[in-house]
Design a protein around this ligand. Structure first.
Ligand SMILES: [Zn+2]
Length: 851
């Protein structure tokens, strides 16, 4: 049967000529949008093996009739693997919600028998310039629906799996002989499940296409993201999430020649395939990559022409940020392809192109998945040669750097260096520990706290993509961030060096053991620099241990202790000295850090009994979530506190503020919000602050603070931003150039201010993607973090904005009654890889009383 959406996008006349039954089907489909049989999707000229189970026979419904839930998808993929000698299946890990991360390897039975040697040869061709054999399969990684509420991809994966297992004849046999397919049916199992649940539970028997129907309007936070509300299509380079870890492991074990990433876009659009906007391709990506992308695109165009679907390319999206699924492959000798299908969201929705049905969206994804394989088969030798040449050239570039290397670390914080090293490990980048402590440009790199990366290695281009800073660009528009320089995001010291500082190759990086040196009857001290120190503090406070924070630097028996050092006295605790020792020892081990025992309170500088050691309150935290709040920003904070520091936090929905007893909390975090809170919630939160609450607010929540006069904030703006000689056609480019998509800026710190405790250096790189420019206070001690006069470190910002930014402040705090409001103009927890500024939020949580 042919479903209605087919007509809307197709040259109607041609189809009527071709199919006499069309009219009957049309009437039928008008009454039952979306119901569709397997035959409607599949090529008419192909026979299918009846021994292979159809999707319906396993999951109980036709493809496109309901939204496939992840558990049913898993069930079907296992059924296919059981029934077909073309398919093997593996589970590579689990999501946060415990769902499997499946991978199907699909190729001819003949290839399956020697799959290990195919894989070995494939990798060998990227390592060895003498390996020129091209009589071998090309490798294609096909992944679907990384945004869970863009479901046509994963639903098309049912069809693709069936087709690959069941199709018979020369066409499929030749293709499977020449292609190894890595089929990843759901990039985002948790999001897919969440969305399928919504779409299915709101489906009507009599399909309603009205966009106002509940079916087409998901509740906050939607199914796009994973469990902690992360956009996983930004995590291919930072690799902080379990789904990405499994995927990147497969990627490097196979180095596919093509990787496809099937998405959905707005309901009123058509279909997009890459190449994206040519001027926005990252300069580290070879030109030939985009030529091959275009050559592959011709196969998609032909496939979509044949089913009458409209499409476009080169007018939107780009290949700049290497953290996206369609761009990450481009810096690894592969071709990344983005597909974007107009979304029906639910089962059938009115659009500018007529009624867009779910089956129609699935059919387009299925057909472009097939055209990808056709392109791979036809361009096989080109793709294989391109990849081996890519690595040959990369090795040649790398060998020019001889024994040059990058050293990175932090003498006060081993954990952050290890976390960055783990990213290198995920990307198969070699690194070494250091031979001995070394001082470079005034910074100390110490053993176990620093690593050395040789530049002369296979993945040198990827190293460049992670470590370079860039401030000049061909285009002034970016689909996503324009900078992600990892050592800056981690706030780690780094320098150019040589391999003479390298010790031995690190096979598997691990955190330091940590713990206590010995039991004390007097006190324990812990510096605040280590990344996981808040985890230790939180455990102690949770057990009602009294902990104090040192407001000044001091020396104890010659050892230096910085601002923010934690002091845990042994006496007058509810635990006895043995219990306290055991608790701290375990907590220190869990936090991978060292804690020191001391037997005297006498120091150089403040003594341990000084009033400059101040008691820390146990935080009782609520994060505001729900309608109006940025789910990304909220999710990042939830993820940080829950998974990294193991702190219990309440996710308080803004719709429940009016009936919640706010006195349960001493800290409320308000992530970015355009709308702010309504009148009555504002009143309630204000009263709570006045009674002693700490309100920590981010980004656009500052506009609300300003509007409601909770804080007096002065925003700066660039002057004279009128368009001169900008045509109507180019107007959006003009306004877009004033956006800050995401760049890195330098700030100067007053390290004695509690907001900066635990940060070693006087300068701190910060992420920014807003144009909220805050005037500094007239009193310098109220500007503990201030942008330098020339703050741009990496990324794009317009000249006008850069001029205004210098000297402004990203942080402000003010008292309100007995409480305090803390405001950050920008995100300090961006995408879970900005380790360098997470400490600012933790300081706001633990040390606001000391500000
Ligand atoms: Zn998407």
């Amino acid at each position: 049967m042919i479903y209605s959406g087919f007509f809307i996008f197709s040259p109607l006349k041609k189809l009527i000529m071709r199919y006499l039954l069309v009219f009957v089907c049309f009437i039928y489909s008008l009454s039952i949008y979306g119901q569709t049989n397997l035959d409607d999707y599949l090529p008419k000229t192909v026979n299918f093996n009846s021994k292979i189970p159809t999707p319906k026979s396993v999951i109980g419904h036709n493809v496109g009739e309901w939204h496939v839930t992840h558990d049913k998808l898993v069930q079907y993929m296992y059924a296919l693997a059981n029934a077909s000698d073309r398919i093997t299946i593996e589970n590579r890990g689990t999501t946060y919600e415990g769902r499997p991360l499946l991978l199907l390897t699909v190729t001819s039975a003949k290839n399956q028998n020697k799959i290990k040697s195919i894989q070995k040869n494939h990798i060998e061709a990227t390592n060895n310039s003498n390996f020129v054999e091209t009589d071998r399969p090309v490798v294609v990684y096909q992944g679907f629906s990384i945004h869970g509420n863009e479901p046509s991809g994963s639903n098309a994966a049912l069809l693709l799996g069936y087709y690959l297992a069941a199709a018979e004849g020369n066409t499929i046999d030749n293709m499977l002989d020449n292609v190894v397919i890595l089929l990843d049916p759901a990039f985002n199992p948790d999001g897919l499940q969440r969305f399928a649940n919504w779409a299915n539970t709101n489906k009507n028997q009599t399909i309603v296409t009205d966009p106002n129907d509940r079916e087409y309007n998901e509740p906050w936070p939607g199914g796009r993201t994973n469990h902690y509300w992360f956009d996983m299509n930004r995590d291919w380079l930072p690799v902080q999430l379990p789904e990405s870890k499994a995927r990147i492991k497969t990627f490097h074990e196979w180095l596919p020649n093509i990787l496809t990433d099937h998405h959905e876009m707005g309901t009123n659009s058509t279909f997009f395939f890459q190449p994206g906007i040519p001027s926005r391709t990252h300069p580290l990506t070879p030109k030939k990559n985009q030529n091959l992308t275009r050559a592959i695109g011709n196969f998609h165009a032909k496939a979509l022409d044949s089913i009458g679907s409209l499409y476009y390319s080169e007018e939107s999206y780009d290949d700049f940020y290497y953290g996206k699924g369609s761009t990450y492959p481009d810096i690894n000798g592969s071709i990344g392809i983005l597909f974007e299908q107009a979304s029906s969201r639910g089962h059938a929705q009115e659009s500018e192109n007529g009624v867009l049905t779910f089956p129609f969206t699935i059919k387009n994804q299925f057909n472009t998945a097939l055209s990808t394989l056709k392109a791979a088969e036809n361009l096989r030798v080109d793709l294989l040669n391109y990849q081996s040449t890519f690595f040959k050239n990369a090795r040649a570039e790398a060998s020019k750097s001889k024994n040059k290397a990058i050293i990175f670390g932090n003498e006060k914080d081993a954990a952050k260096a290890v976390e960055l090293a783990k990213i290198l490990e995920h990307h198969h980048i070699d690194f070494y520990d250091i031979k001995s402590n070394v001082e470079l440009n005034g910074k100390w790199y110490k053993k176990d706290h620093a690593f050395v990366i040789p530049k002369n290695q296979k993945n040198k281009r990827l190293i460049d993509a992670m470590f370079e800073t860039r401030t000049k660009f061909q285009d002034s528009l970016f689909y996503d961030v324009s900078a992600w320089t990892l050592p800056l995001a981690f706030n780690l010291d780094y320098d150019e060096t040589t391999m003479s500082n390298a010790g031995s190759l690190v096979e598997s990086v691990a955190h330091l053991k940590g713990g206590l040196d010995r039991k004390s009857e007097y006190a324990y001290l812990a510096e605040w620099h280590d990344y996981y120190t808040p985890k230790l503090l939180s455990v102690l406070l949770e057990k009602d241990v009294r902990v104090k924070v040192g407001l000044k630097q001091f020396q104890h028996k010659g050892q230096e202790f910085d601002y923010g050092t934690l002091l845990i006295p042994v006496q007058q605790q509810s635990l006895n000295s043995q219990e306290l020792y055991e608790l701290i020892n375990k907590a220190a081990k869990d936090a991978h850090m060292s804690v020191y025992s001391v037997d005297t309170g006498l120091n150089e500088g403040i003594d341990l009994g000084s009033n400059n050691f101040d008691a820390i309150d146990k935080p009782k935290i609520a994060i505001l979530v729900g309608s109006g709040i940025s789910s990304y920003d909220a999710g990042e904070i939830w993820h940080l506190l829950d998974t990294r520091y193991h702190m219990a936090v309440t996710k308080l929905d803004v719709n429940n503020i009016n009936r919640a007893d706010l006195s349960r909390y001493n800290t409320i975090i308000m992530p970015s919000s355009y709308s702010g809170l309504n009148q009555s919630n504002t009143k309630k939160v204000k009263a709570w602050v006045e009674k002693g609450g700490i309100l920590i607010s981010y980004r656009y929540a500052l506009r609300w603070l300003d509007r409601k006069k909770l804080m007096s904030l002065k925003f700066k703006k660039p002057e004279d931003l009128n368009a001169n000689n900008i045509s109507f056609e180019n107007r959006s480019k003009f306004s877009g150039a004033q956006r800050i998509g995401g760049a890195i800026f330098n700030t100067k710190l007053d390290r004695s201010h509690p907001i900066n405790f635990g940060i070693k250096n006087e300068f701190l790189p910060m992420f920014r993607n807003t144009t909220l420019f805050l005037e500094p206070s007239e009193d310098s001690y109220n500007n503990p973090i201030q942008y330098t006069s020339t703050p741009l470190l990496s990324g794009y910002i317009s000249e006008e904005n850069l001029e205004v930014l210098g000297g402004t402040v990203p942080f402000k705090t003010q008292r309100l009654g007995r409480g305090r409001i803390i405001a950050f103009t920008d995100n300090t927890n961006f995408r879970a890889f900005w380790y360098g500024t997470n400490k600012l939020l933790m300081n706001a949580i633990f040390f606001s009383k000391q500000m």
